[in-house]
Design a protein around this ligand. Structure first.
Ligand code: ZN
Length: 345
C-alpha cells in the first residue's frame, strides 16, 4: 500500500492551447517525510457522469517535450495524449516533474552520455547508481481524487502506473494504449522499455524488425516437471498464447487432457491490466496482470473471492514458461502446483 499524499490546489486558470480549450490547475502534494511535489493538470470538459474520462499521467521530459528530442518518444506521447483528450472533448493530462524517470535532468544527460558509450536506458540509470525507474504515482492519484474521479481510462503502456493508481484509490476501468510507431533513433529505447521495464506495446504495427512479446507462441507441458501438492494433473497440455482479438492483451488457448484423460479446450484472456473479466459459462471472473517483462499473473475469483492465482514466468532465454499455481483446497489448506511448458514454436 502506498503512502497517503495530501494534495492541495494552489491555482486554477483558463488555458486555451493549440490542442483545444483546457483549464489549468497547479497542485502541491505532501507525503509524510518527503519534500513537497508539484504537478500541473490540464482538464478539458465535464468529468462527472458518463464513461470514465481519458487520463494521461505524463512525466516531465524537457528534452522530449520542449526540444522534440528523437532519443525518446515522450514529446510525441504528450502530443498524442492532448490530441486524444481534445478529440473526446474531455479528459485530464497530469504533468508531473519526475524528469528522467525520477533521476533529474542533469543525471538524465549523464545517462545519455553512458548510452552513447553502449549502455541501454536501464543499464545507464543503474551505472549511475539509480534504480531503473524511481517514479511514484501517489501525487497523480491524489490529484485525480481531488478532481472527483474514482475511475479513469488510463492512456499508458506501463502496468506499474495502473497498479499505483489503483493503490491510490482510483480504478482503471480501461487501459488505452499510447503507441508511437518507433523510428530508427527510438527503436532500441522502446525495446528496452518493453523488455526490461515491462511496458506493453501489444498494439505495435506489425513490423519485421519489431520482435513480438516473448510470451507469444505455442507451449507444450513437459510432464516430467509436474510438481503438484494438490490434485492430479493431466499429462498432456498445450498452451497457445497470441494477441487477443481486440489487440488489448493476450488470448490463452489451452488444449489439454484432464486427470482422467478427457480432452479439455479453454479459451480465455484479455487486457493484461488487472481488471476482472467475466468467463462466459462459469460463475467466475479472471484478472490478468503483467507484473513485469517476464511475469504474467492471473487471478480467478469466485463470488468476488480469490480462489486461485497463477503466475507464468518466462525463462530468460524465452524457451520455457513455468506456471505456478497458488490455491486453496476445499478444506482450506494452501497449496502450490507447478509445471514447465517448453516452446514448440
Ligand atoms: Zn523523454
Amino acid at each position: 500500500m502506498s503512502q497517503k499524499t495530501d494534495v492541495r490546489k494552489v491555482a486554477e486558470a483558463d488555458f486555451p492551447s493549440r490542442f483545444g480549450h483546457f483549464r489549468i490547475f497547479g497542485f502541491e502534494g505532501c507525503t509524510a517525510g518527503a519534500a513537497p511535489e508539484e504537478a500541473v493538470a490540464l482538464v478539458m470538459g465535464d468529468l462527472m457522469g458518463g464513461i470514465p474520462p481519458l487520463v494521461r499521467i505524463h512525466s516531465q521530459c524537457l528534452t522530449g517535450d520542449v526540444f522534440h528530442s528523437l532519443r525518446c518518444d515522450c514529446g510525441a506521447q504528450l502530443e498524442l495524449a492532448l490530441e486524444s483528450i481534445a478529440a473526446e472533448g474531455r479528459g485530464v493530462l497530469i504533468y508531473d516533474n519526475q524528469e528522467g524517470r525520477g533521476i533529474g535532468l542533469l543525471n538524465k544527460l549523464r545517462a545519455y552520455e553512458l548510452q552513447d558509450g553502449g549502455a541501454d536506458t536501464v543499464e545507464a540509470n543503474q551505472q549511475l547508481g539509480f534504480q531503473a525507474d524511481l517514479r511514484g504515482y501517489e501525487l497523480a492519484g491524489g490529484i485525480l481524487r481531488h478532481l472527483g474521479l474514482t475511475a479513469v481510462r488510463l492512456m499508458s503502456n506501463n502496468p506499474q502506473k495502473i497498479q499505483a493508481l489503483e493503490d491510490s484509490g482510483v480504478r482503471v476501468a480501461e487501459r488505452v494504449p499510447s503507441i508511437i510507431p518507433p523510428i530508427a533513433s527510438t527503436e532500441d529505447y522502446l525495446r528496452t522499455k518493453r523488455d526490461k521495464l515491462g511496458h506493453l506495446f501489444d498494439q505495435d504495427k506489425p513490423s519485421d524488425d519489431t520482435p513480438g512479446d516473448p510470451f507469444l507462441g505455442v507451449w507444450e507441458l513437459d510432464p516430467t516437471t509436474l510438481d503438484y501438492q494438490f490434485g492430479r494433473p493431466g499429462r498432456r497440455a498445450v498452451y497457445t498464447i497470441e494477441p487477443s482479438p481486440k489487440g488489448e492483451g493476450f488470448q490463452f488457448t489451452l488444449d489439454a487432457d484432464d486427470a482422467d484423460g478427457k480432452p479439455m479446450h479453454h479459451v480465455y484472456g484479455g487486457a493484461l491490466d488487472g481488471v476482472d473479466v467475466p468467463v462466459p459459462g462459469y460463475p467466475v471472473t479472471l484478472t490478468f496482470t503483467r507484473l513485469d517483462a517476464s511475469r504474467i499473473e492471473s487471478v480467478l475469483k469466485r463470488d468476488g473471492k480469490v480462489a486461485d492465482r497463477w503466475i507464468r514466468t518466462i525463462a530468460p532465454d524465452g524457451q520455457s514458461i513455468t506456471i505456478t499455481q497458488h490455491g486453496v483446497t476445499p478444506e482450506g489448506r494452501e497449496f502450490v502446483n507447478k509445471g514447465v511448458y517448453r516452446r514448440v514454436r
